[in-house]
Design a protein around this ligand. Structure first.
Ligand code: 1GP
Length: 235
């Protein structure tokens, strides 16, 4: 079963392409974050995913793999997130790669370990936007329309507002949160201190921190967790 995820307020995303060691993993685990997502866009190989998995294995925290390439699927995680890039201009990232993966390894897949996520990528400069040819930037009405398609047409349980590398437009995030009801809203991008974590946690069910782990800002990690957990959603 995919771990219980709907009450997660704070998640750390670890990139297999970036250096990690026991010290870093311990910092992440001790921060009090709700879960660890292993995922990235560039140079994701089975080897570097496995390396991270081994470092994380001793800890009981939920560990899920966000699958961006079939070549790096590694068994043993507690669950698997499957991104569907709603605003991609290339069907490969909406259904093409997924269909190929299911054709190849569908027989081995435990479907109840899988959680699909509807991505809306909003920072045109991030690697995922370039790779998926994301149609962005977007106005808040277009972004909400994608989110509404995700929940009402495709019944996706999770919408991921992705600003990777930069802090997003909080009015847009709030607009999506207020205009959706069934899907949970994940937000990621540019969070590196408690203030940004607090602001994002007002509008997103779950905040995702990534890059700060690999910079000096890791010293703020615990505070981002505290901020996320002590902030109420503004509805
Ligand atoms: C990346 O949304 C996450 O997929 C987090 O973004 O690296 O900017 O924190 P940052």
């Amino acid at each position: 079963m995919f771990p219980e995820w709907k009450n997660w307020r704070h998640v750390v995303k670890l990139d297999p392409d970036k250096p990690a060691d026991e010290w870093l993993v311990q910092k992440v685990v001790e921060s009090g974050t709700d879960a660890i997502v292993v995922g990235g866009t560039q140079n994701i190989t089975r080897q570097n995913v496995l390396k991270l998995f081994k470092l994380l294995k001793p800890y009981p925290l939920p560990k899920v793999l966000e699958v961006s390439t079939i070549n790096a699927i590694t068994f043993g995680f507690d669950g698997y997130l499957i991104p569907i890039v709603l605003n991609s201009n290339d069907p490969r990232w909406i259904i093409g790669a997924h269909k190929e993966a299911v054709k190849l390894v569908g027989d081995l897949m435990e479907w109840d370990e899988i959680l699909p996520e509807g991505y809306i990528i909003l920072n045109p400069d991030c690697a995922a936007a370039k790779l998926s040819k994301a149609l962005c930037p977007l106005g808040k009405e277009d972004a909400l329309a994608y989110a509404n398609c995700a929940e009402h047409l495709f019944s996706l349980p999770l919408i991921y507002i992705e600003y990777s590398g930069t802090f997003g437009d909080t009015e847009l995030i709030s607009h999506i949160k207020k205009g959706t009801n069934k899907a949970k809203i994940f937000y990621g991008g540019g969070i590196d201190d408690a203030k940004k974590a607090e602001i994002a946690s007002k509008f997103a069910d779950t905040i995702v921190v990534g890059n700060m782990i690999y910079t000096d800002s890791i010293k703020n990690l615990k505070d981002t967790v505290k901020a996320a957990k002590s902030t109420n959603l503004e509805l």
